[in-house]
Write a protein that binds this ligand. Structure first.
Ligand code: UGA
Ligand code: MN
Length: 383
């Protein structure tokens, strides 16, 4: 870690010396053009390009330290932000305003690949509705995950779904003390806006016999992130073992308070859904009611970010089987009859609790027989 920071500082020094030697002014943004190596380049261009190189180097370096030394993603993100802030103050890197519209800029994701396209500012003004269509408010997808043979295939599947969704920000939260390299690598390759966080299940629950509150510390960490970073949009708890129809995301985008919709392959009824008669909500259908006020599945509701902000104490309880109910109750005032019913009055199934078959961890590789083959690399990628 220290080595990584020293390396970053070293890169900055070399970079500074380089800019002195080439007389490219990093601390000025002007439109004058000058000759360099026989080419007419504007100082503006050189500045933006050079600062992009420095910024990329910082991100890559922190990412590489994160991989090699298991630096927590939170600390990695913070380190990148702090370094860029400090360098921005002394004019080493371009501030957001100085960048060329329409270029790719890094978002506050957990790695270099967390990118967003900034639309050109010269776009003609459009009606508000149309603007919403082009640039909708974000959907924050909170996905708890943990290390097991199915983890990477599951996350691959979800990531490919999310690639088809506009303005989505994926919060992937591991039930682990340190980030898993395979997950870090996967996220870096998606091109999605994301944050990679860790939130281990406390030992008192982990060591408990019987049903455990799975994914609860992860989801509460996601809520904490939303409270600290999100101002508008909608969030949704998307477990890693479900299948999502992409149209679900356009459905939940409109959520003003709390919305609900059917989930397939759920409980003994094969379905969990609000029930409507004559277009009116009359109750819930779920194979496991157990005295719950909101007998729904985790994948069966979405919430407006502002609605959460107005309820600073809302949290998910560490109570197996009652996570959804406990969380929705903590959003009081909220009554079942007040929820927004989506998916054509709950007539469509757009999400399924698929539950990939559990696999045993793979048998160890015979190193004598295969120690010098491709299987060594492959084995490193599986559990
Ligand atoms: C669902 C809910 O998501 C759980 O919060 C709840 O405990 C459970 O129903 C219940 O009602 O008893 P379930 O489908 O049974 O969970 O459990 P999983 O799919 O295994 O886990 C839910 C999420 O938490 C997944 O995204 C999974 O990757 C994650 N998880 C699971 C962890 O982060 N850590 C674990 O140890 C297990
Ligand atoms: Mn599940």
């Amino acid at each position: 870690m220290k080595m990584g920071v020293l390396f970053v500082v070293g890169v900055c020094v070399i970079f500074y010396q380089y800019h002195l030697s080439t007389s490219v002014r990093l601390d000025l943004s002007n439109t004058a053009s000058g000759a360099a190596d026989g080419l007419q380049i504007s100082n503006d261009d050189a500045y933006v390009r050079a600062s992009k190189i420095l910024e990329d180097t910082i991100r890559e370096t922190v990412k590489s330290v994160q991989r090699k030394a298991g630096l927590s993603p939170d600390v990695g993100t913070l380190l990148v932000r702090e370094l860029l802030n400090q360098l921005g103050k002394v004019g080493f890197v371009a501030r957001e305003d100085d960048r060329v519209a329409g270029t790719r800029t890094t978002a506050h994701g957990g790695g270099a690949a967390a990118t967003t396209i900034v639309p050109p500012c010269s776009e003609p003004p459009v009606a508000e509705k149309a603007a919403d269509d082009v640039n909708p408010d974000p959907i924050y997808v909170i996905t708890p995950t943990y290390r097991r043979p199915e983890q990477i295939p599951e996350l691959t599947r979800i990531s490919h779904t999310l690639m088809l969704v506009r303005n989505v920000h994926w919060l992937v939260i591991e039930d682990a003390a340190v980030a898993t390299k395979q997950v870090t690598d996967l996220l870096a390759g998606t091109g999605l806006k994301f944050d990679h966080l860790v939130a281990p299940m406390p030992d008192k629950y982990k060591l408990k016999k019987g049903a455990k509150p799975r994914g609860v510390s992860n989801r509460n960490r996601g809520l904490q992130w939303i409270r600290a970073n999100a101002t508008k949009g909608v969030f949704y708890f998307a477990d890693d073992d479900n299948t999502y129809d992409i149209s679900l995301f356009d459905e939940i985008r409109t959520t003003k308070t709390v919305s609900m919709f059917p989930v397939g392959l759920c409980t003994k009824f094969g379905l969990s859904s609000p029930v409507l008669r004559d277009g009116k909500f009359i109750g819930f259908y779920d194979g496991w009611v157990a005295g719950r006020k909101f007998p729904v599945d985790m994948a069966g509701f979405a919430i407006n970010v502002g609605f959460l902000h107005a309820r600073p104490n809302a949290t998910m309880p560490f109570r197996a089987g009652y996570e959804e109910d406990g969380f929705l109750k903590s959003l009081a005032p909220l009554e079942p009859r007040d929820v927004e019913l989506l998916a054509d009055n709950c007539t469509k199934v757009l999400v399924w609790h698929t539950q990939t078959k559990k696999n045993e961890p793979s048998a160890p590789l015979d190193a004598k027989k295969y120690g010098d083959t491709n299987l060594v690399t492959l084995k490193r990628q599986i559990v």
